[in-house]
Design a protein around this ligand. Sequence first.
Ligand SMILES: NC(=O)c1ccc[n+]([C@@H]2O[C@H](COP(=O)([O-])OP(=O)(O)OC[C@H]3O[C@@H](n4cnc5c(N)ncnc54)[C@H](O)[C@@H]3O)[C@@H](O)[C@H]2O)c1
Length: 427
Amino acid sequence: MKKLKVILIGAGNRGEAYTNLMLKLPEKYEVIAVADPEVTRREHFKKLHNMAEENCCKHYDELLSREKFADLVIISTQDKLHYDPAMKAIEKGYDILLEKPIAPTAKECLEITNAAVKKGVRVIVCTVLRYTPLYGTIKQLIKDGRLGDIVSVNHEECVGNLHQSHSFVRGNWGNEGRSACMLLAKSCHDLDLLPWLIGKKCKKIQSFGSLSYFNAAHAPEGAPERCIEGCPHAETCLYNAVDIYLHTDNPAERVWYQTTSTLKQDPTEEEVVQAQWNTQYGKCVYKCDNDVVDHQTVNMLFEDNITATFTMNAFNRGGRFLNVFGTKAELRSALSNEETSIRIFDFDTRQWSEIDVGEGSNELTGGHGGGDAGIVQCLYDYLTDQGKTDAIPTIEESCHNHILVFAAEEARHNGTIVDVDAFIEKL
Ligand SMILES: NC(=O)c1ccc[n+]([C@@H]2O[C@H](COP(=O)([O-])OP(=O)(O)OC[C@H]3O[C@@H](n4cnc5c(N)ncnc54)[C@H](O)[C@@H]3O)[C@@H](O)[C@H]2O)c1
């Protein structure tokens, strides 16, 4: 069995998720090199994967300037740092597992796509929902005709109020100038999932959305810049950073909050406290530099007059809820920490039935409902030419579905309905 040699660029949360899964498949993958400016992360990966010292570098340029020495490059740096390493890795002839979004602008997405096609390398974008048991089962049910012809779809992405505050207000994706718009940073998954499930092209798109709540207008009177300074509302505030970053009980959530706020592999309590004083993770949630929306809807018209609506919003517990309405049956599904389920109401029998979705599909502990493990599994067969499941998109398909996001944003900003083909033509 061929063992794929892997280079990891960006040893943060996502890089760790994929490479930990690869570690469980030692006959298929060997992670041989890492680039990350943070020494604690490099050292952690070096030890874990038994890497040679010369393969552990601060900057990806040190690895990508060498002659090609591996099969696959994982790019899991922050959104604005995908383009440069991706173009350099393509130039060297590497296949790439590229974190979503491909890049923050349509121009960069197209350039990466064109370069990959020209060079003949495979770039697999980490739209991991496609590989979850839940959405894989729904795709199969639709393909098998269980629902008849699809007429309409609605899909909700409930970001979760705490997730929004951590990632999209205080955190890496709160400010469009620093990362990307919300629809690209969070919901490019969903705008990729819908065309894939429906199996048709989106023709027209329209969107509304804004930042209504996480802003200065909602800061309570007398709140200091940082919660740790001693806020008079500390007892009642839902977003007290000291509570969240220092005292969260759930171990998985605490690790996530503390590693992201410090950028350290295993931060000490003192480092977490320092982050409260020195980074945006300690700021009053109503006084950050965030500008991305906290709720947005997208309306889509697909071929054959299929309509779809998508809503993302922050004001909930979290999860994804997809409903598909066909000429023979109605399907309702949930993917959340509490529930992963599919129910179908058949118009013929007038009965609801539950569809088994299998183990490992929990949203948080299952690593995106099993999607992280799914992509790592499918990737191997694809890269070793043993088969490509239709869950794996080509880079052209991923790019096309990212362009739906840019079209929706144009529609939202201009208050128009965007014709997708004309939008692509213009690009
Ligand atoms: N597929 C998904 O569902 C999903 C979920 C969350 C995040 N993401 C995406 O994954 C990407 C990474 O997110 P994350 O949460 O892991 O971020 P992170 O901040 O935890 O990790 C990024 C890492 O890149 C490192 N880095 C910075 N400059 C570098 C350089 N020059 N060379 C090498 N490494 C460098 C940082 O030190 C950090 O360790 C983002 O694009 C994000 O949008 C995808």
